[in-house]
Design a protein around this ligand. Structure first.
Ligand code: M6R
Length: 357
């Protein structure tokens, strides 16, 4: 039931504070077992499709940063190119909200045949991916009806932030005190997500009028901002049918910038303070070509005055910004779809769960 919301997608965006809280409350001993397995494993691979892949890429970047551990991310339909690298002492993390995506399941089976340990992160207890893994862990997003993944993505990010922090603990990079301090920070997410939603709604509705009339939009980020930029682009193209590309900001001048002309919207996602100096350059390059620049920033960002439009989410904590900065991007895509008269819950050509390879 939509409980008064015009669409499931909007209802699910608004449920995020609660289900992020449920996910945090559900951090169990299973997360600890998964993290200690990861900390002592050979190579770590992480695989998923679509939005779940963006969460996986985030985990890989965060674990390099927090634990100094290499995690190899790959898109699950490409598993044949990676399976030969797998050995008995390695671990594969399979991420899928439904737990039923065939590509991710095939990747899981092929790594399992090679003797790898399988950890899964799904939203559905008893789903095939969770059943076939050695160590299933779960987000607690509740059923997601909208085809566009929203609350399952932010709960994946929350769960993977905690998993990465635990890996950092089990590899000896941080101690118990620091681990509890991180947990305390993560626990602020539900309240901050509520404030982000109320701050973003009017902004997204207004900006969607511009975005929905354009043919193409770029979403650029660096470091931890990249997976969030990729996700923003996927949401827009999936439900509003506006061509959108997510790109590493630095890479944009190696091709994509050729398309930029006056009025072309470019969204910049900034998470890491120490990468902002370089993002300034990327913003200026786009402005020099007449781009319409939009910033998704945390508090204390130094980029605020550099862009034409901005939203500032209510935190400067780099561990929390990925979840918070996702929310305005979800709302922007939602209102762009509505402005164009499309039903965001039922995008054309797409199924909620893809069961054909
Ligand atoms: O159920 P899964 O997380 O395995 O699904 C993976 C993708 O099919 C899914 O994330 C898809 O990209 C979404 N519709 C994106 O909003």
């Amino acid at each position: 039931r939509k409980e008064g919301y015009p669409h499931f997608m909007l209802k699910e965006i608004h449920e995020q504070p609660r289900v992020i809280g449920d996910t945090i409350f559900g951090f169990s001993k299973d997360y600890e077992a998964a993290a200690s397995t990861l900390a002592s494993s050979g190579n770590i691979f992480i695989t998923a499709a679509g939005t779940s892949f963006h969460a996986s890429l985030y985990f890989s970047l965060l674990t390099a940063r927090l634990a100094g551990k290499k995690v190899i991310p790959f898109i699950s339909s490409e598993y044949e190119s990676y399976a030969n690298l797998a050995n008995k002492e390695d671990v594969l993390v399979a991420v899928s909200q439904s737990g039923e995506t065939i590509d991710t399941l095939m990747a899981l089976r092929s790594f399992k045949e090679r003797g790898c340990k399988i950890i899964s992160l799904t939203n559905v207890i008893g789903s095939v991916i969770s059943r076939e893994s050695h160590l299933p862990v779960y987000m607690k997003a509740g059923p997601e009806i909208g085809v566009a993944a929203t609350k399952t993505f932010t709960t994946q990010l929350t769960a993977l932030t905690w998993l990465s922090s635990l890996v950092s603990f089990y590899t000896g990079k941080i101690g118990r005190d620091e681990l509890s301090e991180i947990k305390g920070r993560i626990m602020k997410l539900p309240d901050l997500a509520t404030r982000t939603i109320s701050r973003s709604e009017g902004w997204a509705r207004r900006l969607s009028q511009v975005i929905s009339s354009r043919h193409s939009v770029y979403y650029l980020g660096r470091g931890l901002g990249l997976p969030i930029a990729l996700e923003g682009a996927l949401k827009l193209k999936e439900i509003a049918y506006v061509h959108a590309e997510g790109y590493p900001a630095g890479e944009s001048k190696h091709g994509p910038i050729a398309l930029v002309e006056p009025g072309f919207p470019v969204v910049f996602v900034s998470i890491e303070k120490n990468l902002e100096r370089k993002l300034v350059g990327n913003i200026e390059e786009m402005k020099a070509r007449g781009a319409f620049t939009i910033g998704i920033f945390g508090e204390q960002s130094e980029l605020v005055s550099r862009v034409d439009e901005r939203i500032i989410v209510p935190s400067s904590d780099e561990l929390l910004l990925p979840v918070l900065e996702t929310i305005p991007l979800q709302l922007l895509a939602y209102y762009a779809a509505v402005a164009k008269g499309y039903d965001p819950d039922k995008p054309r050509n797409l199924a909620k769960t893809v069961t054909v390879e």
